[in-house]
Design a protein around this ligand. Structure first.
Ligand SMILES: Cc1cc2nc3c(=O)[nH]c(=O)nc-3n(C[C@H](O)[C@H](O)[C@H](O)COP(=O)(O)O)c2cc1C
Length: 370
């Protein structure tokens, strides 16, 4: 059997997943304007229920936490109801689904804030480049407003409420988004965090907000249903760090002590996969650098072919492998790997926004399964 080791079950905290082929979070911008996922999103995730674990796309913990058009949230009862239907559809097909919780921080715009205020960040340092507004037009990033320390408990508590809402919607687990240039990553990396209070300076201080979010979520839903995603060496959103190996070694070792369900690490070679298919060559190998620092299960993501993923598990560099673009394009990815079948190519032009095309119409090997 090809890639046999990817078909062995794995315990992830409270869950046992039947294979090690994970669908990582993929933003698709197809919720309604209030951030509620609809029936098409339930169909899309249900089609991919044969994944060992689905981690649903980055989902906002509040309205101002958004930074993409038509991104979903999980802070209103309507959104929770929408997600409940998604989860039900995945469970009905025998799948397991977690949800990724995010605050976009500076990767946002005042147009996303119902009160119109500037996006918030650790420090008043803008991201380079352009951002999509709620109507899919592009404008330059604004210079964010530095958060007061007194505002941070509200953000921690919004993560906590969102984690509770996720459990109420029936999700099997919650993943805290500490990766890819969003608020928690902006605190971790020193290029975007110039604070001089207890949340800036040393890595212990820069990691404080992430740990507060994680510890509060553990208190709310339990460590066995909580994972964290990190992207050491990741420069998405213009982030930089002067000593990523030392800083992320500390963060990962500290998270290891918390006995989480899993750690999800992105390889920097594919850190810009959300915006383009160029792979950065000669980049650091996060699985090699950090796997040994986390005592629990590690999911690795980023530019993996099935063969590379199988080898990473074989070499003990990870326990499971996430395939992003491959899962977007191949709803029945595990079956295709089992059969050694051809894989559909990912169509980037339909990644973000729109309807069924490029979302629920990627062909299955066996048409009846769609
Ligand atoms: C269309 C698209 C949307 C993405 N959205 C998210 C997201 O919401 N949250 C996240 O952590 N990563 C996101 N990513 C990154 C993927 O989870 C994954 O780490 C990346 O695609 C590399 O894996 P791959 O080479 O198997 O595609 C996205 C990637 C793509 C291509």
């Amino acid at each position: 059997m090809p890639f046999q080791n990817l078909f062995e079950p794995l315990a992830l905290g409270a869950l046992t997943i039947p294979n090690r082929i994970v669908m990582p979070p993929l933003t698709r911008m197809r919720a309604d304007s209030e951030g509620t996922p609809g029936p098409i999103t339930a169909q899309y995730y249900a089609q991919r229920a044969s994944a060992g674990l689905i981690v649903a796309e980055a989902t906002a913990i509040s309205f101002p936490a958004r930074g993409y058009p038509q991104m979903p949230g999980i802070h209103s009862s309507k959104q929770v109801e929408g997600w409940r239907r998604v989860v039900k559809a995945v469970h009905a097909r025998g799948g397991r689904i977690a949800i990724q919780l995010v605050h976009h921080g500076r990767w946002s715009h005042s147009l996303y804030n119902p009160e119109g205020g500037l996006p918030v960040a650790p420090s008043a340092i803008g991201a380079p480049g352009m951002i999509y507004t709620p109507t899919f037009t592009q404008v330059p990033f604004e210079t964010p407003r530095a958060l007061e320390a007194a505002e941070l408990p509200e953000i921690v508590s919004a993560f906590q409420v969102a984690a509770r809402n996720a459990m109420d919607a029936g999700f099997d687990a919650v993943e805290i988004h500490g990766a890819n240039g969003f608020l928690l990553d902006q605190f971790l990396q020193d290029g975007s965090n110039r604070r001089t209070d207890a949340y800036g300076g040393s890595i212990a201080n820069r990691a404080r907000l992430l740990f507060e979010v994680v510890d509060t979520a553990i208190a709310e839903i339990g460590r066995q249903r909580l994972g964290v995603r990190l992207s050491p060496h990741g420069n998405l959103g213009g982030l930089t760090d002067t000593d990523p190996v030392s800083d992320f070694s500390y963060v990962i070792a500290q998270l290891s002590l918390r006995g989480l369900a899993y750690m999800h690490l992105i390889e920097p070679r594919a850190s810009s996969a959300g915006i383009g298919d160029d792979a950065s060559v000669d980049s650091a190998n996060n699985a090699q650098l950090f796997r040994r620092l986390f005592a629990g299960p590690v999911i690795t993501a980023g530019g993996y072919t099935p063969a590379m993923g199988s080898e990473a598990v074989q070499a003990g560099l990870a326990d499971a492998v996430a395939f992003g673009r491959l899962f977007a394009a191949n709803p029945d990815l595990p079956e295709r790997l089992l059969r050694g079948a051809n894989l559909n190519a990912f169509d980037r032009s339909t990644a973000y926004g729109g309807g069924a095309h490029g979302y629920t119409d990627y062909p299955f090997l066996v048409a009846a399964e769609a």
